[in-house]
Design a protein around this ligand. Sequence first.
Ligand SMILES: *[C@@H]1O[C@H](CO)[C@@H](O)[C@H](O)[C@H]1NC(C)=O
Length: 215
Amino acid sequence: MACRGLLLGLLAVTCFIALASAESALQDFCVADLTSPVIVNGFVCKDPKLVEANDFFFTGLQIPGNTSNAFGSSLTPVTVSQLPGVNTLGIALGRFDYAPGGVIPPHTHPRATEIFTVIEGTIEAGFVTSNPANQLFKKVLQKGDVFVFPQGLVHFHRNVGQGHAAALVGFNSQNPGLIIIPPNVFGSEPLIPTEVLTKSFQVSNSVVAEIESKF
Ligand SMILES: *[C@@H]1O[C@H](CO)[C@@H](O)[C@H](O)[C@H]1NC(C)=O
């Protein structure tokens, strides 16, 4: 009896793993139904009979983003939220724009590696490793240069040229996620306890308060 129970348990575990990580697509596509109230890991599929060409179409990536903000930069994402046809396909795209001196602050994509290419200007880009700990890999990139940010690692970009700069990026997830470290750590709702931040960054309450006031 105990053995039979164990076997059933193992089968259940195997079954769950198979469902959770189907390696290959089981259908041509699963266009995201962004309005469905059903919560799954990702988005449920729109009825294939209702799918149309526009579900696989996005326009506007030729338009520079608005960089009139504190960071002097902007991101135009083309992920499952903007392009429902990429649901379950494990890809997404984006465009970055930078005013002179503009930065994309240190950030991470929890679910994707990013491949990055400069289409205009000169951009310094880098990421910091976890193993070995805290090693910076950084390059100055010109138009046509390509750099890769491995999944989950904290990275940044900065326009180091004279004029506007822009880059196109690809992700190996339809929903890469974006955690921008400064507002994530200093602008959460509610705030991380001040005692945690003063101790962690080895600064005073007033320094933490000043940074928090920016976000
Ligand atoms: C860019 O953003 C700024 C700040 O939000 C806004 O004042 C300005 O009108 C925007 N410019 C364009 C062209 O949309």
